[in-house]
Design a protein around this ligand. Structure first.
Ligand code: ATP
Ligand code: MG
Length: 308
C-alpha cells in the first residue's frame, strides 16, 4: 500500500479532478484505491456522493473530521469505519478494481485550529514531542488499515499548508503536484518545494533528537512529479505562451510528467455523468475523447513511475 498526497498551495489547479480521474482509471485497470478527501471544501466527496446523501448518511459521524474529532476527544474511532464505496463507480467497475472513499466535511476547517492549540509546551522537549504527535496523527491512523486491502491511497489536499495538509505529507510515500502552466502557478511550485523541505527537515530533526521514549520514524516523501493540467493546445502541442512555464518548472530539478491534461471547460465543469470520474463515464462524446486519452496516458506514466 503506497500513500500519495496530491498537493499544491494554489487553488483551482486541478488537484481534485486529477485525484478523481487517476483513481477512477487505476481502479478500472484493476487496482485497489482508497481516496481520502482532506479538503474542507469537500469537492472530491461531492463529486462522488450527492450532497443530500452526505447530509443524511455522513455528516454526523462518517467523515475524516469525525475521526480527527474522536482523536481529540480521547475516544478514537478507526479509519476503517469511515471507508465508503460510492455506488455509481462500483457499478461501472463491476469486478475490476476497487474505488473507496473516506469523505470530508466542511467543518474540517476547525480541526486545523484545534490541532494548532495542541502545539507548544512548557519546555523544548515537550514542544518537540507534541509537534511530532500532532503531525503524525494521520500516519498513525492509517496503520489500522490492512495493507493488503489497497494498492494506493490517494489524499486530496486543500489549497494550503496547514497542519491537516502537513499530516498528509508526513503520512505519504509520494507527492503528486498538479499545476497550471502559468506565471503564478510556476512560482508557487518553487515555494511549495521549499515548504516541503522545511517540513521534512523539521520533522526529522525532532524525530532524531529523541523527544520521546520510543524511537521516532523519520520521513522522506518522494516527489513523484508535476502534472500539468488545463493546458491550452494548438495543433497538438501546448500553445507558445505557456511553453516557457513548462520549461521553467523542468529547470527546478523536479520530475515533470511528460503527459499533459488539456483544458476542456465543459467537460470538467459539467461532468457527463454525475457521481463518476469523467474517465469512467460511458457517455463520453467525441470532443471529450482526447482529454480522456490524455488522462489514460498520464495514468500509464504514473504506473510506470511507481513500478505498478
Ligand atoms: N483539464 C481541465 N480543463 C478545464 N477545466 C478543468 C480541468 N480540470 C479541472 N477543471 C475545472 O477547474 C476547476 C478547479 O478544478 P479542481 O477542483 O480539480 O481544482 P483544485 O486544485 O482541486 O481546486 P481547490 O484548490 O479549490 O481544491 C473545476 O471547476 C474543474 O471542473
Ligand atoms: Mg480540490
Amino acid at each position: 500500500m503506497r500513500i500519495i498526497s496530491v498537493i499544491n498551495y494554489k487553488g483551482g489547479v486541478g488537484k481534485t479532478s486529477v485525484t478523481a480521474n487517476l483513481a477512477g482509471e487505476l481502479a478500472y485497470r484493476g487496482r485497489k484505491i482508497l481516496l481520502i478527501d482532506l479538503d474542507p471544501q469537500a469537492s472530491l466527496t461531492f463529486s462522488l456522493i450527492k450532497p443530500e446523501e452526505w447530509k443524511a448518511d455522513f455528516e454526523k459521524s462518517g467523515t475524516i473530521k469525525n475521526w480527527f474529532d474522536s482523536m481529540e476527544d480521547g475516544n478514537p474511532i478507526s479509519l476503517n469505519d469511515l471507508i465508503y464505496s460510492p455506488e455509481k463507480t462500483k457499478k461501472i467497475l463491476e469486478d475490476r478494481g476497487k474505488l473507496n472513499l473516506i469523505p470530508s466535511h466542511l467543518g474540517l476547517i476547525n480541526v486545523d485550529l484545534e490541532l494548532a492549540t495542541e502545539l507548544g509546551g512548557a519546555n523544548i522537549k515537550q514542544s518537540k514531542r507534541k509537534y511530532l504527535k500532532v503531525h503524525k496523527r494521520l500516519f498513525d491512523g492509517l496503520k489500522s488499515i490492512d495493507k493488503e486491502l489497497y494498492d494506493i491511497v490517494l489524499i486530496d489536499c486543500p489549497p494550503n499548508f496547514n497542519i491537516v495538509t502537513k499530516n498528509a505529507i508526513v503520512a505519504s510515500d509520494y507527492i503528486l503536484i498538479p499545476a497550471k502552466p502559468d506565471y503564478l502557478s510556476t512560482l508557487g511550485i518553487d515555494y511549495l518545494i521549499r515548504s516541503l523541505d522545511e517540513l521534512v527537515n523539521n520533522f526529522n530533526d525532532f524525530a532524531e533528537s529523541g523527544s520521546g521514549d520510543e524511537v521516532e520514524r523519520t520521513i522522506k516523501p518522494e516527489i513523484l512529479g508535476v502534472i500539468f493540467t488545463m493546458v491550452q493546445f494548438y495543433s497538438n502541442r501546448p500553445i507558445a505562451t505557456i511553453r516557457p512555464f513548462i520549461a521553467q518548472t523542468k529547470s527546478l530539478d523536479i520530475p515533470v510528467f511528460a503527459s499533459y491534461i488539456r483544458e476542456n471547460k465543459t467537460m470538467f465543469a459539467d461532468a457527463p455523468q454525475y457521481g463518476v470520474p469523467v474517465v469512467l463515464s460511458n457517455t463520453i462524446s467525441e470532443t471529450y475523447r482526447q482529454v480522456v486519452e490524455e488522462i489514460k496516458e498520464f495514468v500509464t506514466e504514473f504506473e510506470k513511475k511507481l513500478n505498478l
